[in-house]
Ligand binder design. Structure first.
Ligand SMILES: [Zn+2]
Length: 214
């Protein structure tokens, strides 16, 4: 598939949060252990949670809220892909990765300022998790193996933290899509192999979505 039609396909689906949330969930190591009917519960629940946390900050100056928590904003080169990093006490923004996204997308799609704000908001969400507790605790743990009734090992679904952080960022920066979308967009731009699998991948997720709604 050529890049131009793939780009149009992706842009036409950009606003479909559930597709990108589901694909994020699919990256989680415990995804295969989730029952089929549970998967949407995690993806949709994480989207909802991110929106709820964002509602607490509507009308609040984001940078002031970041400062009030003692977080210092810095810039640093974190390579081509990683947009930012959070460590207790600081958020590092990787301008190079943000500029690359802006260059790849049509000019009307988003501004650098919006993307930077979303990136700060995403990392701020993880800082809030330290105060409020990690959001993966709001979802049932998954049994990853079981040997008899006593020897059971469970794991948390970490992807829900990312999905919620992306939704939080989307809301607070008024982005047209979840920031996860940018990763898939750049991957499609650089990989012809991935591009050729794109219509099928999106089609499969849309089918799941339809079936889960009925
Ligand atoms: Zn994150």
């Amino acid at each position: 598939m050529d890049w131009e039609p793939a780009k149009q396909l992706l842009l036409s689906k950009a606003a479909e949060d559930r597709i990108w949330a589901y694909l994020e969930l699919q990256q989680d190591l415990v995804f295969p252990k989730l029952a089929r009917e549970q998967r949407w519960v995690y993806a949709a629940g994480a989207l909802e949670l991110g929106a709820q946390w964002a509602a607490d900050f509507k009308g609040v100056d984001l940078l002031a809220a970041v400062g009030r928590r003692g977080l210092v904003l810095t810039t640093g080169d974190l390579g081509q892909r990683l947009r930012a990093a959070y460590a207790p006490g600081s958020i590092t923004i990787n301008r190079r990765a943000l500029e690359r996204i802006c260059q790849a997308l049509p000019a009307h799609f988003l501004t650098y300022q919006q993307l930077e704000r979303a990136t700060i908001a995403h990392e701020f969400f993880h800082a809030l998790e330290e105060e409020r507790g990690c959001v993966d605790r709001c979802f049932p743990a998954v049994t990853i193996w079981k040997l008899g009734p006593w020897r059971v090992r469970t794991a948390r679904v970490r992807a829900v933290r990312e999905i919620a952080a992306h939704r939080f960022a989307k809301e607070l920066a008024a982005l047209p899509c979840l920031p996860i979308f940018f990763d898939w967009f750049l991957l499609a731009e650089s990989s012809p192999d991935f591009r050729s699998s794109l219509p099928q991948l999106i089609g499969e997720v849309e089918d799941l979505l339809k079936n889960s709604a009925t």
